[in-house]
Design a protein around this ligand. Structure first.
Ligand code: G
Ligand code: G
Ligand code: MN
Ligand code: NA
Length: 256
């Protein structure tokens, strides 16, 4: 069987599942879990866990990526409804999308119907797209992004800083968040270049009025540096690893 065929079977057999990694907000109202990022996992029949870094690029070569994307969106929206009712009423969910999702003109109306069916607000759903994807197909991606924003969805520009966007293009993108690529975070506290880039992205976001998220934060030193320079939205192993829905529900403040 080719991996493509295996992925198709995996969808039918229900071998995919989602984990959720918390994103914390350290803003005015103190520390709170503001969002969770949905991360797909594949457990094969033989028990082996396959990383999305392996299977997403393969799925991207065919229409399978659209089916997987649809499955992720449905599961993540259903799970968010459960989390909101289970003690996290203001929680948002972030969903990673692949390029074919973003250039799909039907995505906005399909997502809106999905959120309505699940009883969640579009304002609580954030779509993550990488800077590279958007810049590769701006003519198709920007109209879809604009429509999504008009409907109330949020958009975060993932892996930001990897060099794909010109500043003139960036200022026209309808994004809600910039997500600093974790490769820059890794250099803290030793790499002067990485630290300069992070401070510059934080300033850029501040001046553009676009909040900046730091991801891949693994150490107290990295966390301290980000807080010192005014970053309030932080995600990474130092704060929490991806976990299952049941784990999150069990930790709910109102779950008793
Ligand atoms: O969670 P992990 O570090 O294993 O993710 C590896 C890569 O797979 C990351 O680049 C992440 O953005 C991507 N990824 C995780 N979940 C999804 C998903 O549901 N859809 C898409 N398209 N990519 C995902
Ligand atoms: O490309 P994207 O930003 O969507 O990647 C998300 C991936 O990053 C997830 O697979 C998640 O497991 C991983 N991740 C989340 N936090 C950390 C971290 O602190 N360190 C590292 N190395 N990976 C992380
Ligand atoms: Mn992401
Ligand atoms: Na990223």
């Amino acid at each position: 069987l080719t991996m493509e065929a295996e992925l198709h079977h995996a969808l039918i057999k229900g071998e995919f599942f989602l984990e959720y990694q918390p994103l914390f907000d350290f803003g005015r109202s103190g520390q709170r879990m503001a969002a969770v990022e949905a991360l797909i996992r594949w457990r094969r029949g033989n028990g082996e866990l396959v990383s999305p870094e392996v299977f997403i690029p393969i799925a991207e070569h065919s229409r399978l990526i659209l089916q997987i994307g649809r499955w992720v969106m449905e599961q993540a929206c259903r799970d968010l409804a459960r989390l909101q009712r289970g003690g996290f009423p203001d929680l948002q969910v972030s969903i990673n999308l692949a390029a074919p999702d973003f250039v799909n003109a039907r995505l906005p109306s399909e997502l809106l119907a999905l959120t309505e069916a699940c009883g969640i607000a579009p304002q609580h759903v954030c779509l993550e797209m990488t800077e590279g994807m958007v810049m590769k197909h701006p003519d198709k991606a920007v109209p879809v992004m604009t429509l999504l924003r008009q409907m109330g969805f949020k958009i975060s520009l993932d892996d930001f800083g990897m060099g794909h966007s010109s500043l003139s293009r960036l200022k026209e993108l309808p994004v809600s968040y910039l997500k600093i690529d974790r490769s820059f975070i890794r250099g803290i506290p030793h790499d002067r270049g990485d630290k300069a880039i992070i401070r510059t992205i934080l300033d850029l976001g501040r001046h553009m009025g676009v909040p900046v998220i730091a991801e891949g934060v693994e150490t107290d030193a990295q966390f301290g540096f980000l807080r010192q320079f005014g970053c309030t939205l932080i995600q990474g192993f130092v704060l929490g690893r991806p976990k299952g829905l049941q784990d999150l529900l069990g930790a709910a403040p109102l779950s008793g």
